[in-house]
Design a binder for this molecule. Structure first.
Ligand SMILES: C[C@H](N)C(=O)N[C@@H](CCC(=O)O)C(=O)O
Ligand SMILES: [Mg+2]
Length: 363
């Protein structure tokens, strides 16, 4: 099964409510779909959102990286030579992790189709069901309380609360949500780089002192403030998780061995796809550090790949933040992952298991 061409399309799904973090506000899930064609007639699907404030990648840059650098080298390569293809994708261009991720997703999809097996089985197998959290966007306190209460009523028992716009307001937001939901609801905070190290130590110790038990605090400080992460981890009990600070396996080794964080958030759009995500999960397992599998605000093509990986690497990936498709008004993909409230179900069709994509706009 040889690669003959790569096509691009856009897929836009309006959100139920705007997605707001300390870094950006988004109204739609906008995926660039990457379709790898083969001489056997099979196609592989991958996708990437544009996340310029996180990865630096735009859809235009993803298309250019694939069209001008990667496609010429990949044309004619055989899907059974998975390692060779991965090597070309990872070594032909630096950075551009979203382009690499979309392409790897499509290649792994084809690899599963070649061997007629769901990807998670080829990656090691596991229970093809996961339980995700749901994101509560940063907003005024009343809106965050009502979104949290609604999410719990909808069957989610883990809330990922976005904060990081103002330390005082953030503390009030968390206190208000904590009082509004039952004690058995797990609260994770995602600061998206919005606090200083000292503010984080203050906030974490304050929450601990008033009996608010947080599961974790995600990426409290700027992505490049590794000393800040260490400063925090040395002073608080609440587990600290790296997100924007952890792209590559090498960065993860450094974060873990210098005891800067307790947990790593793996996202395909940061790692450059499944191959490096596997390495990170294996590194974390060796060091007995837990991982979360996360997603950008993206639809169910990318989330399917992440879910297959999470199932196969459940020894290291113990926390799931794959709510992207659940935040949309509908899911245009049939097959892949399906959501029943917080439960994500993978099907057993080959590769990523995607049957049909409605509403694709060819580019
Ligand atoms: C959607 C997911 N729950 C999430 O919050 N992901 C990111 C932000 C993604 C984005 O801005 O597209 C995160 O910071 O964890
Ligand atoms: Mg995050």
């Amino acid at each position: 099964m040889k690669i003959t061409n790569i096509r691009f399309a856009k897929l836009i799904v309006p959100l139920i409510t705007p997605f707001k973090t300390s870094m950006r506000t988004v109204e739609n899930i906008e995926d660039l779909v990457v379709i790898v064609e083969t001489d056997a007639g099979e196609v592989g699907y991958g996708a990437s959102p544009a996340t310029p404030v996180i990865t630096g990648d735009t859809h235009g840059a993803i298309i250019a990286a694939i069209d001008t650098v990667l496609l010429p080298k990949l044309k004619g390569m055989d899907i059974e030579n998975l390692n060779g293809i991965i090597h070309v994708i990872q070594s032909s261009i630096i950075n551009n992790t979203s382009a690499k991720a979309a392409l790897e997703l499509a290649i792994y999809d084809l690899w599963g189709k070649l061997y007629k097996a769901p990807l998670y089985q080829l990656l090691g197998g596991g229970d093809n069901k996961l339980q995700t959290d749901i994101t509560i966007s940063v907003d005024n306190i009343d809106k965050m309380i009502s979104d949290s209460v609604q999410a719990v009523a909808d069957g989610f028992n883990i809330l990922k609360i976005k904060i990081g716009t103002d330390i005082k307001e953030d503390i009030e937001r968390v206190k208000a949500i904590h009082s509004a939901v039952d004690n058995d609801i797990l609260l994770r905070l995602d600061v998206n780089q919005g606090w200083s190290a000292k503010q984080t130590v203050y906030a974490a110790n304050y929450f601990e002192s008033i009996g608010i038990h947080l599961e974790l605090i995600e990426q409290p400080v700027r992505a490049d403030d590794i000393a800040g992460l260490k400063y925090i981890s040395d002073r608080v009990h609440t587990p600290i998780m790296a997100d924007e600070s952890a792209f590559s396996p090498k960065q993860v080794i450094e974060l873990i061995t210098s005891h800067c964080v307790d947990i790593i958030n793996i996202k395909l759009m940061k790692t450059g796809g499944i191959s490096n995500a596997i390495k990170i999960a294996d590194i974390a397992k060796i060091y007995q550090v837990e991982c979360m599998i996360g997603c950008m605000l993206e639809g169910s093509i990318g989330v399917s790949g992440a879910a297959h990986l999470a199932v196969a690497k459940s020894d290291a990936i113990t926390k799931i933040d794959l709510d992207g498709p659940a935040l949309g008004q509908y899911d245009p993909i049939s097959g892949g992952v399906t959501f029943d409230k917080s439960v994500i179900q993978l099907n057993n069709a080959p590769g990523l298991g995607i049957n049909r994509i409605n509403g694709l706009v060819d580019l």
